[in-house]
Design a protein around this ligand. Structure first.
Ligand code: SF4
Ligand code: SF4
Length: 436
C-alpha cells in the first residue's frame, strides 16, 4: 500500500484544479449513470464487476474533484458522493486507471451522451504521475528511453550490426547488390522510424519496409541516433517526459534535414508523435508526418509498387489498433492495402471504428503486474479471431503484434501475425521478376 504525503496529495489535486480545462470539468460532471458504456469495455466483459465499468473509472476521478472543488463536496461530502484523496483512493486509482484501462476509447463511442471517458482516465493518470505513483514497471520503460534513446536500451553497435545483416538479406531477397538500408543520410525525403521491438525481436519487419522502399525507389534513411517512435510517457501521464521524447525525434528530423517523418507501425507512438506531439511541444512541425499505413496505401494507389494478391492466398483478417483507427481515423487505408495484396480478406465483427481492443494498449504490455488481467481481456479478441477463420492476422502496430503473439500461444489460435509492411513486401512484384 502506497502512503501519500501531504505534498504528493497537493500535486495530485493541482491537476484537477485547472479552471481552464473546461473539457475535464464538462466530462467529469456529465455522466448520467445510464450504464450503457459497461458492455463496450473489455475489462467489464471479461470480468463483470461494477468496478470495471467505464463510468466507475470516471466517477473515481470526479468524486475526488467534487470533494475539493465544489461547495457541496467541501461541506457535505457524503451527500454528494465526494471522496477524499487518501491512501485508499490513490491506490484504487492506480489499480483501475493504470491496471484496468487500455485507453482504447471504445466506451467513448458507446456513451449515450459522449463522455470522453479515456480523457478523464488520462487526467487521473496525470494526477498519479504528479503524485509519483506511476507503476514502476511502466516508468522503467520510460526511463530506458530517456537514458538510452530507445525503450529497450539497445546499444548503437548492436543496432547497426542488426541493420548490416538485414541489408545483406535485402540484397539477396531483391537480387540487387546495390539495395541499401540507408543510415544517418542527410537530405532524404523520408526519415523512417522504428519500434525498438523490431531490431530486438522482429527484424524481418525492418527488412520488409526496406524491400518496400527499394521497390518504390524511395529516398529514405533511418537514424542510428533516434529511431524510437514509442512514447510510453503518453501512457504514464507525465507530459514533461512525453515532450522530451517527442523533441528528440523532432530534432533528429531537423538535423538530418528530412522532408517528412514516417511513423513505423506503432499505434500509440503514431498518436503521441503525430497528434499529441505538437501539444506537448506547443509548436507545429515544419515537416510532414504520416504513418507507414498511409505511405503503403499511397505507393499502391500511385502505382509506385506493383503487388499481386495471388501471392498471398491464405485467409487474412485485420486487427485495427485503437490509437490508429478509432482515435486517429486511419482505417480505410489498411483495407485498401489488404484488398490489393491478398486474395482472401475477411473482416472481424466488429471492426474499424468499433474495433475491440486486443488488450495490449494503455501501457499494459509494460506493466507485468497486470499480466493475468491482460490475458483475460485478450480472450475477447482471441474469440473474435477464431470466429473469423483467418490464418493470418495483419495489424499495423507492434504492441498489438506482441499481444496477439501471446494470445496466439495462450488460446492456441494457430495463426500467423504480420505487419502491413510484411504483407505488402510479400505481395510485391519486383521489376526483375516482371521481366522474367
Ligand atoms: S477506454 Fe477502453 S479499456 Fe478504458 S474504460 Fe473505456 S472501454 Fe474500458
Ligand atoms: S454511457 Fe456515458 S453517461 Fe452512461 S454511464 Fe457510461 S459514461 Fe455515464
Amino acid at each position: 500500500m502506497e502512503i501519500i504525503t501531504i505534498e504528493k496529495k497537493k500535486k495530485g489535486l493541482e491537476v484537477l484544479s485547472n479552471k481552464e480545462d473546461g473539457k475535464l470539468q464538462t466530462h467529469m460532471n456529465a455522466c448520467v449513470h445510464c450504464g450503457l458504456c459497461a458492455n463496450s469495455c473489455v475489462y467489464y466483459n471479461a470480468m463483470p464487476e461494477a468496478r470495471f465499468i467505464p463510468a466507475t473509472k470516471v466517477e473515481l476521478v470526479s468524486s475526488i474533484y467534487r470533494r475539493y472543488q465544489t461547495f457541496s463536496g467541501k461541506f457535505f461530502p457524503s451527500l454528494v458522493g465526494a471522496r477524499s484523496l487518501d491512501d485508499e483512493a490513490a491506490n484504487e486509482m492506480v489499480d483501475l486507471l493504470f491496471g484496468a484501462c487500455t485507453l482504447c476509447g471504445r466506451c467513448v463511442t458507446h456513451c449515450s451522451i459522449g463522455v470522453d471517458i479515456s480523457y478523464v482516465v488520462k487526467k487521473g493518470r496525470e494526477m498519479l504521475s504528479a503524485m509519483d505513483m506511476i507503476p514502476e514497471t511502466l516508468q522503467s520503460t520510460i526511463d530506458a528511453a530517456l537514458e538510452s534513446g530507445n525503450n529497450m536500451s539497445i546499444p548503437k553497435e548492436e543496432f547497426v550490426e542488426t541493420l548490416e545483416w538485414l541489408e545483406e538479406d535485402l540484397q539477396f531477397e531483391v537480387n540487387d547488390d546495390e539495395a541499401k538500408i540507408h543510415l544517418d543520410e542527410e537530405g532524404k525525403d523520408i526519415l523512417y522510424t522504428l519500434n525498438p521491438r523490431e531490431p530486438k525481436f522482429f527484424p524481418l519487419s525492418i527488412s520488409a519496409m526496406a524491400k518496400v522502399f527499394h521497390a518504390a525507389k524511395e529516398s529514405w534513411t533511418l537514424s542510428t541516433k533516434m529511431y524510437d517512435i514509442t512514447n510510453y510517457a503518453y501512457y504514464s501521464g507525465n507530459y514533461k517526459e512525453a515532450a522530451v521524447i517527442t523533441q528528440r525525434l523532432y530534432d533528429e528530423v531537423e538535423r538530418l534535414g528530412a522532408k517528412s517523418c514516417v511513423l513505423a507501425e506503432c499505434g500509440h507512438g503514431s498518436r503521441a508523435f503525430r497528434w499529441e506531439g505538437p501539444n506537448y511541444l506547443k509548436k507545429t512541425y515544419p515537416f510532414d508526418v504520416f504513418t507507414s499505413v498511409e505511405l503503403l496505401a499511397s505507393y499502391i494507389r500511385e502505382g509506385r509498387l506493383k503487388v499481386d494478391p495471388a501471392k498471398i492466398t491464405q485467409k487474412v483478417s485485420l486487427h485495427d489498433p485503437c490509437n490508429l483507427a478509432r482515435s486517429g481515423g486511419i482505417w480505410k487505408e489498411q483495407r485498401y492495402i489488404l484488398n490489393a495484396c491478398v486474395s482472401d480478406f475477411v473482416e472481424m465483427t466488429p471492426h474499424g471504428n468499433d474495433n475491440i481492443c486486443c488488450g495490449g494498449g494503455g501501457g499494459q504490455l509494460a506493466m507485468s503486474e497486470y499480466n493475468d488481467r491482460r490475458m483475460a481481456i485478450g480472450k475477447i479478441k482471441a474469440d473474435q479471431i477464431k470466429a473469423s477463420g483467418a490464418e493470418i492476422i495483419a495489424t499495423p502496430c507492434h504492441n498489438c503484434v506482441d499481444q496477439l503473439t501471446q494470445l496466439n500461444v495462450t488460446y492456441k489460435l494457430g495463426i500467423k501475425i504480420m505487419t502491413l509492411g510484411e504483407i505488402v513486401a510479400d505481395a510485391i512484384v519486383l521489376e526483375n521478376e516482371e521481366s522474367n
